[in-house]
Structure formats: C-alpha cells, structure tokens
Design a protein around this ligand. Structure first.
Ligand SMILES: Cc1cc2nc3c(=O)[nH]c(=O)nc-3n(C[C@H](O)[C@H](O)[C@H](O)COP(=O)(O)O)c2cc1C
Length: 207
C-alpha cells in the first residue's frame, strides 16, 4: 500500500486526544499551508483559519459544541470561517482577486459578470452564497486532515455545534463572515474504533 493510502486508513475521527502530546509548530504550520493551497471555486479563497490558543476560549467553544472533549483535549483547534458579504458582486475583494492576476479593467469587468451570473444561477437553484462559501471551507478541511494523517497526526472535524453560538462566541459580524467547520488536531489516546464503509460496488457506478 502506498504512503498516502496508508494515511487514509490511519485517519479516523479521533474522539479524544492525548492532552500531553503537542503538535510540533513546524508540522502545524504545514497543515495550515495545505489549507492555504486548497482549491476554491472561481479562485475566491473565501476560507479563513482562526487558530484557538486561548484555554478559556477552547472551553467556551466546547460548551457550544455539544460538550465534545476534542475541543479541550486537542493540541490544536482551528475554526474555519468563511467570507460572505465580500463575495457579493461588485466588491473590492472580488476585484482584488482579479487585479493580482494582472487583468485589465475590461477583463476584470467581464470576469465579474461571469461570476455574478454564476452566483445568481446557484441562488436560483436554492444554493445560498453562504452555503456555497461553506463548501469551499470543507475542501480545505479535508486536505488539512488528510495531510495531518500523512504525517501521523490525528484529527476530528467538528460540525456538531450551534452555528449562531460559535459566531457569537468568536464575535463574528455575520453579515461579513460565518463559521463553517472546526478542526481539531492532536494525537490519539486510544486505538481507532472499527471503521464502517460501504463497498466500492455500492458506491461507484460506471456509465
Ligand atoms: C463534516 C463533518 C462533521 C463532523 N462532525 C463531527 C462532530 O461534531 N463530532 C464528531 O465526533 N465527529 C464528527 N465527524 C466525524 C464523523 O462522525 C466520522 O468521520 C464518521 O463517523 C466516519 O468515521 P471515521 O472518520 O473515523 O472513518 C464529522 C465528520 C464530518 C465529515
């Protein structure tokens, strides 16, 4: 089995971490770097990473996250929040994402129209801007957890929380941004529980 596949077997949703084991700063920075390098639709990079170091804040978050012990036993807690209003066209943020590519004003305006039409067609199909930006955070989250497993670090994604509660706890302006998912990283204190997965024959169809 190659190293990446081995890592995918190693990765599991770690329910409790060893509080005495800290992730090396260099490893953690690489996990963040993987998040930074993740793809995003239209290259909008809407995901922001809030590293929670404060012990009291971790305890407050744990209370909002169904009292899940991962929040206080993990070596690292990262809240992935996502931009909302800056992604509403027209905006300086959208323009800046195009300017950095060296695009001319005409090109930027044309691109902005394509983007606005894309968002509108999604909204017409019932997918809100917030839901769309949150999807981007999940892509980064997946890459970060997979990379962590690749270097022998455990993780657990946390979606079990009251979203308004977390936004309030972090003092977010919910017009501008919102929490998407929380990631916890550390080292397992006990063995991985049995893994249940459907077979490829049940999941894959060929046409
Ligand atoms: C988006 C997402 C949110 C999740 N939220 C939680 C959570 O709040 N608490 C938890 O213990 N596990 C959470 N999990 C972990 C899943 O329960 C777990 O991945 C699934 O049961 C499969 O187990 P495995 O990851 O160990 O293979 C979440 C997983 C995903 C993908």
């Amino acid at each position: 089995m190659d190293k990446f596949l081995k890592a995918m077997h190693f990765r599991h949703a770690c329910k409790i971490f060893d509080e005495n084991k800290e992730i090396k700063e260099e490893d953690f920075l690489n996990i963040l770097e993987v998040g930074r390098l993740s793809p995003s639709s239209m290259g909008m990079e809407p995901t922001r990473f809030v590293v929670i170091n404060d012990k009291k804040l971790k305890e407050e978050l744990r209370a909002i996250c169904w009292d899940q012990v991962q929040l206080t036993s993990a070596s690292k807690v990262v809240v992935l929040k996502t931009l909302i209003s800056p992604l509403l066209p027209p905006s300086n943020y959208i323009d800046s994402m195009s300017i950095r590519r060296g695009n001319t004003k005409e090109k930027r305006e044309a691109w902005s129209k394509v983007y606005a039409n894309f968002l509108e067609s999604m909204q017409n199909k019932g997918i809100s801007l917030k839901a769309w930006t949150q999807k981007q955070a999940y892509i980064a989250a997946s890459s970060m957890m997979n990379y962590a497993a690749y270097i022998g670090i455990d993780s657990c994604p946390i979606e079990g929380f009251d979203i308004d509660g977390v936004n309030k706890c972090l003092g977010l302006d919910t017009f501008k941004e919102s929490v998407a998912i929380i990631l916890t990283f550390g080292y397992r204190i006990k063995e991985q529980q049995k893994r249940y997965r459907l077979g490829l024959d049940e999941l894959v169809e060929y046409r």
